[in-house]
Design a protein around this ligand. Structure first.
Ligand code: ZN
Length: 445
């Protein structure tokens, strides 16, 4: 397939105003000015997409969500975090079957694709046959599924992790499985201690099908350290959660820490030292009143900060264009400096850094040899005219609904309609099932 005559955004610096991308199987094989690319591939018999007046970008990477929580979108809003979790979210989730989780993931996958996201990291409960992975595959979305681990269900969760690795890791070239210890206040020290060995073993056994990572919620709530001390009777040295985690030998470039809001200097130094990735979720953090990460400081230190929406119950969308804009704006007033988190760096966070944080070194850039995850937007719109700086448009002006075509792993999955599944059918199934679930938790009418 050749996409020609488009404004090709290779990465956060390089772009061609009239460029072309060539895709063969699941890979990008050539990128450059249209004229040069066509000359190199003349008579090759590729299908051609004319992208005149379009912007062609690497697919966006949503590096932190709980995608099946589309089923709980708008179910409970504007409540304090612990009350929201304990009184509303967890009781509802207790009724979800594997089929429900698959259906929620399928709905979230369609939403993600519609909005130009081609890869998600999603941590949730796992059932062997039907789960997030099976939902993502039905839509054709790339995803890393995190098998949630809590200390009260540790043995069962770890068993499920191995089941998921065997069944789903590498499946259809789209899915990876990862370890998802929920948070330091829901995972006890004995469990943390066991995780490095499990991660190593998983990479030894299954790493050839894709790097296995570990991801957890870290420093989302300002009361977290206190909560950990009270629950597990442990010391958080110098009030540094990363100093605490360091002693379990779990910090590395394969560790992705979501949120990282309430940190001190020692924490930042350790994140940098161990090359830990950070997933910044500005919209959900604002909605839950948690505060937000000091991303300018992290980026300045060379920390890989990627972007996430967090779950659709705490956002309430999976819209990465909206997230890019929030990420660009959120720290400017605090720093009293509009030059922090400029548009092209935010674009890098939503693409290249997202891919790296999920353990892909061949994703997030339109480069030969990289995976063919490509999104095409229409720029023939009032709000995208004129164009001076393409990154400014992508972060500040473009809307997710400007997305016209989505290609994942070399296959078109959206081109004005979903290729792999019927949206109407998914919406009807979700509406019927949610009605039944509300009856179960005593909130039906
Ligand atoms: Zn989360």
């Amino acid at each position: 397939m050749i996409i020609k005559n488009g404004w090709i955004v290779v990465d956060y610096i390089r772009n061609y105003r009239d460029g072309a991308v060539v895709i063969e199987d699941d890979k990008i094989v050539d990128v450059g000015p249209t004229e040069d690319v066509l000359r190199r591939h003349s008579g090759s018999g590729h299908d051609v997409i004319d992208a005149r007046d379009k912007i062609v970008i690497p697919g966006l990477v949503n590096s932190h969500t709980h995608i099946s929580m589309t089923l709980l979108r708008g179910y409970a809003d504007d409540l304090p975090l612990q009350e929201w979790l304990e009184k509303w979210i967890w009781p509802f989730e207790a009724n979800l079957t594997g089929e429900d989780i698959e259906l929620g993931a399928l709905l979230g996958a369609l939403e993600s694709i519609r909005f130009g996201t081609t890869t998600v990291y999603s941590m949730y409960h796992y059932h062997p046959g039907h789960n997030e992975a099976s939902g993502l595959i039905k839509a054709g979305l790339r995803g890393v599924i995190g098998i949630a681990i809590f200390h009260w269900s540790r043995d069962k969760n770890i068993k499920m992790f191995w089941d998921a690795m065997g069944r789903w890791h590498g499946r259809d070239g789209l899915i990876k499985v990862s370890l998802g210890p929920h948070a330091p206040y829901t995972v006890d020290p004995e469990t943390w201690m066991r995780l490095p060995e499990i991660l190593n073993e998983a990479n030894e056994k299954y790493g050839d099908r894709g790097r296995v990572i570990i991801s957890s919620h870290i420093a989302e709530d300002w009361r977290e350290n206190e909560l950990i001390r009270d629950k597990f009777n442990v010391d958080i040295p110098g009030g540094s959660i990363f100093r605490y985690l360091e002693k379990f030998n779990i910090l590395s470039g394969d560790f992705l820490a979501a949120h990282c809001i309430h940190l001190n200097q020692v924490d930042l130094d350790l994140i940098h030292k161990y090359s830990v990735g950070v997933a910044h979720n500005p919209v959900a953090n604002l909605k839950l009143g948690m505060g937000f990460a000091d991303t300018p400081k992290m980026l300045e230190k060379g920390i890989r900060v990627s972007l996430g929406t967090d779950g659709p119950a705490s956002n309430n969308t999976l819209d990465m264009f909206e997230t890019m804009k929030f990420a660009a704006l959120i720290n400017k007033p605090i720093k009293r400096d509009p030059s922090v988190t400029p548009a092209n760096i935010v674009f890098r966070m939503a693409t290249e850094y997202g891919a790296l944080n999920l353990g892909y070194n061949d994703l997030g850039i339109l480069k030969p040899g990289y995976k063919a995850d490509v999104v095409i937007l229409d720029r023939r719109k009032p709000h995208l005219t004129p164009v001076y700086d393409i990154y400014s448009h992508l972060v500040y002006a473009a809307r997710s609904m400007d997305v016209e075509t989505v290609i994942i792993n070399g296959r078109i999955v959206y081109d004005g309609g979903f290729v792999n599944t019927s949206l109407d059918d998914v919406i009807s199934r979700v509406e019927n099932r949610v009605y039944e679930l509300l009856e179960k938790v005593g909130k039906g009418d």
